[in-house]
Design a protein around this ligand. Sequence first.
Ligand code: FES
Ligand SMILES: [Fe+2]
Length: 371
Amino acid sequence: MIDHTLKDLESLSRAVENGWGLPVVSYSDSDWFAREQAAIFDRGWYYVGTVHRLKEPGDVILGHAGRIPVVVTKSRDGALHAVINVCRHRGHPVCQKDGNHRLLSCPYHGWTYELDGRLRGAPGSEAERDFDKSEFSLTSLRLEIWGPMVFVSPDPETTPLAEHFPDFREIATKRDFNLDPDADTHHRRYESTAKANWKIWYDNTLECFHCPHVHGTSFNDAYAVEQGDYECLIRDRVVSYYFPPKPQRAANQLQVTWNKHLHLFPGFFVTQQDDIMLVHQMRVIDPGTTHVIWDILAEDDADPDRVEGWCKIWEDTLVEDKIAVEAVHNNISAQTFTANRYMAAHEPVPQNINRWILEAITALDTRHAAE
Ligand code: FES
Ligand SMILES: [Fe+2]
């Protein structure tokens, strides 16, 4: 029964078109999770940080491209590099923390790498026959910059960001995003781990049906988040929201003049409102664990009290969302019902997420069948 449910992609697609979610078993099943990893998270582009943290030669930031741990570096010649954070000796991470580093030094047995990933020193290798250092560089990954944001792909065959999401630049232009890397500086990073399947977290991130209920005392005070107040654009694996301000003055004095979002599947979004920007990336850990990073950027002349006020609102938002998705995960894991039933008029985005998941898995199956 379970195997049939999970394998029959066509019937799942029909259910999704009729407003149903994927079977709840797909929120905990390890085989299905492995298919999602291969079909979705081993491809595409993932945000790792901003160029503001890669200003000086030797600056290094850590992150993930899907499930792949990565190090992004700025080498002495000013070039940016993305390499897999896995030592070519025996697999220990070569870099443990962000900062400024002369070299990437593996703490396990002392192999050292240049900032571009070339192996520099391998203790004991002098005694090895036929040991060629040039064969043991860290594995390079593709990197792209969009505005102040650095993206890395785990897939060497991936298409550039603009081809991967053919509509996203047009939408960013329509929304009039300010992408000047000199306009903002990095202010703070929040991280949060939810004990919830990524699909629950992701649905929650991309719909605002829950906003008036869950975020009543946080950003609900500043934006108009009732259905019909805001605009939602959906294209191929791209979603964009535009929230106008509430007509009445916000009680907490943190009213915005506008708030706009751009989401790229799976798990990236950027929000801009006045002089503050928020960049988010989701990472899946296992079927029941999802990690998120949120970077807050602010223009240099932004009012520090207002920026701090908004940081507090988003921190509260993260907690409110985490409580909601963990509660849902507990019930979905218990499999007391078969599938979500989305409200098409209010939740078109989760329906599309389910569609995109099935499309990715179908494409993977098709590739495998052709091999
Ligand atoms: S695993 Fe890195 S030096 Fe041994
Ligand atoms: Fe939320």
